[in-house]
Design a protein around this ligand. Structure first.
Ligand code: PMP
Length: 435
């Protein structure tokens, strides 16, 4: 009997003992093609020798120095690299250990910014329905899945939710993508007016929605409209790129592809590619200057901020991606993957939509292709797909439809950037077996 409190108290898991490139290996020697990087984490695959060497070197010289006493070379170098690549005036990096912590830090930075700016009444957050921003209490409050939130009510911060940008389900037949985007921006404006703009602190959204919808990019112009609206009402824009950031969609940041500059940008997962737990919040100069000229101290902190080994791992991961030109591969392989998925599954009676960007792809499963009627969530189709895929030696990331907001079950694919064309075919073959 396992004494580990696994999330599922009824399921047992195979024991992972090794990794080799795009494969994970269990204790029986079975190989699993890692087509989701766990949860869009392992962008460099497994057992990358350069990253391992960098981690070994760092841990041998200095594993940890508390950030209230020291800065470290890998932390400074990683912050330089990230701010060089980040859009706009995101000149500062606050390091944390994962995605939820990055969102918590963004929310608290936003709040402290307004308090120190003399607008303490701005504390309301607007997020989108069917969104996920993490599982700690603040990040959970921001998320828009009723079933995740309901048993933890009352939650810690005031949040209201507007519609996500989900063209497959919500764009009307007589509507252009641009008109659909404008309708959603107008919906947000109505919500801001309802709350009173002077009460609203931030709007948070994923530029390409990952886990909850399955690799759904916004329609063109939507995020530009959101940025303009936030500017008009003095509201901070937080982009949650925990899943879609760090090259996953073919650019270092998905907000770059939308042509916008957020005020706060959350990253994790692909940052350290699973070699070490690490996340970060990129922060605009305006926010930092306000706090610098006010209290001079960010009222937030964790023991493992800027952990030296974690920063060294992330630095090695990001240098490796740049040196091997992997972003270009994300784009070419992403196109191959989309084509292969369409060729194989377009005519499948239960595949409603195949979408995404770069190596971030989603397949939506529906009961009825014509009406787009989803399967009954009670069937737990996603769990069955996951189990069948694992049997077939494939890791993919299926998620279920929910009762709040109509949406189908979907399968998220986020394979390592180092995959080859042959793995695209292996992925599609194994997925066909599972489906
Ligand atoms: N935001 C998004 C968009 C995510 O996908 C996730 C994780 N799935 C998180 C936040 C939370 O990250 P973590 O699990 O590392 O806390």
């Amino acid at each position: 009997m396992s004494h580990v409190l696994h999330r599922s108290l009824t399921q047992s898991y195979p024991t992972a003992v090794g990794g080799d490139g795009v494969y994970l290996i269990d204790a029986d020697g079975k190989h699993y093609l890692d087509a989701c990087g766990g949860a869009a984490v392992s962008c460099l695959g497994h057992s990358d020798t350069d990253v391992i060497a960098a981690v070994k070197q760092q841990i041998a010289s200095l594993a940890y120095a508390h950030s209230s006493f020291f800065t470290t070379e890998p932390m400074e170098a990683l912050a330089d690299l990230l701010t060089e690549q980040a859009p706009g005036k995101l000149d500062y990096v606050y390091f944390v250990s994962g995605g939820s912590e990055a969102v918590e830090a963004a929310l608290k930075l936003a709040r402290q910014y307004f308090v120190e700016k003399g607008e303490p009444e701005r504390r309301h957050v607007i997020a989108r329905r069917q969104s996920y921003h993490g599982n700690t209490l603040g990040a959970l409050a921001a998320g828009g899945n009723a079933w995740r939130r309901q048993q933890f009510q009352p939650l810690l911060i005031e949040v209201s939710h507007v519609s996500p940008c989900y063209a497959y389900r919500d764009q009307r037949m007589d509507e252009t993508p641009e008109a659909y985007g404008t309708r959603l921006v107008n919906e947000l404006e109505t919500e801001i007016q309802r709350l009173g703009p002077e009460q609203v602190m931030a709007f948070i959204a994923e530029p390409v929605v990952g886990a909850t919808l399955g690799a759904v990019p916004a329609v063109p112009g939507y995020f530009k409209g959101i940025r303009e609206l936030c500017d008009r009402y003095g509201i901070l824009l937080i982009c949650d790129e925990v899943m879609c950031g760090m090259g996953r969609t073919g650019a270092m940041f998905a907000s770059e592809q939308e042509g916008i500059e957020p005020d706060l940008l959350c990253i994790a997962k692909g940052l350290g590619a699973g070699y070490q737990p690490i996340g970060a919040t990129l922060v605009s100069k305006t926010i930092v200057d306000t706090i610098k000229n006010g209290s001079g101290f960010f009222q937030h902190g964790h023991t493992y901020i800027g952990h030296a080994t974690a920063c060294a791992a992330a630095l090695a991961v990001q240098k490796t991606i740049a040196e091997r030109g992997l972003l270009a591969r994300v784009n070419t392989l992403g196109t191959s993957l989309q084509q292969a998925l369409e060729e194989r599954f377009q005519s499948h009676p239960h595949v409603g939509d195949i979408r995404g960007r770069g190596l971030f792809r989603g397949i939506e499963l529906v009961l009825d292709k014509k009406t787009r009627e989803p399967f009954d969530p009670a069937l737990k189709l996603h769990a069955k797909v996951k189990a069948a895929a694992m049997n077939a030696g494939l890791m993919c990331y299926p998620m279920g439809g929910t009762l709040d907001g109509r949406r189908g079950d979907h399968i998220l694919l986020a394979p390592p950037f180092i995959m080859e064309e042959q793995h695209v075919h292996e992925l599609v073959d194994k997925l066909e077996l599972a489906l």
